[in-house]
Unconditional design. Sequence first.
Length: 255
Amino acid sequence: MYPRLFLLGTILLLCTLTLPAQSGQVIYKLISTAERHATLDEAAKSLPPEQREGFKTSMKGMEAEYPQMRFELLYTSEHAQYRLIPYLPVGDKLGHIMAKSTTGANNVYYRNTQKQEKIKQVEQTGQRINVQMPYEEYEWAITEEERYIGQYACKKATAVVDYYDKGRERQIYYEIEAWFTPEIPLPYGPKGMDGLPGLVLEAGVVGKPWSTFTIDSLTEGLSAEQQKDIRLKKGKTISKKEYDAYNEQQIKSRQ
């Protein structure tokens, strides 16, 4: 009888050791995989002369912020939350504001696999708003390309975003590239770039400078306090359609 119990215990231990982590913390950093389309001097030419130096100072401040920024994804098999880790600004005030705005750092991204729920939490006029996003927001095409990111074997996936922005009255088109690892089969990723059959370790907009989020560290397991932090804070819940209509109205009111 004892040999059988020992064999059973050994099998259970081996199964436990080979199971993928069902909770953890990923820290992402920003990298630039593309060059700026124009120099600061070229970009400033469209502005009045008195505004050009201020514009260039803010742009330099914004680009100085990017390497300092870190983002945290806390996850379990049930849900995950992604957000900016607070840090001290290194550039001017406007550059800091621009860096946060262009990276989605003002928002919190939440995904719940049990409720099939995806939420982008924003703050407007001092109010916390939970925007209900499509659970399968992206139509991913998984390619045959593979590479290692750190110790994890990853597969490449791409998705195209194509829609008409009524507020800005122009067509929006861009491509997202994501690298996910099937070794951690949970559908989470940075800045809402998720929904793949594995944890996204790197993702960003193709051809856009400073838009790629890549893993800085991954720690398996969460403390009780970290698991509490995943819970989304309460706020007013609205649909994406309502949110888009509000933004459209705000843009038109400033014109």
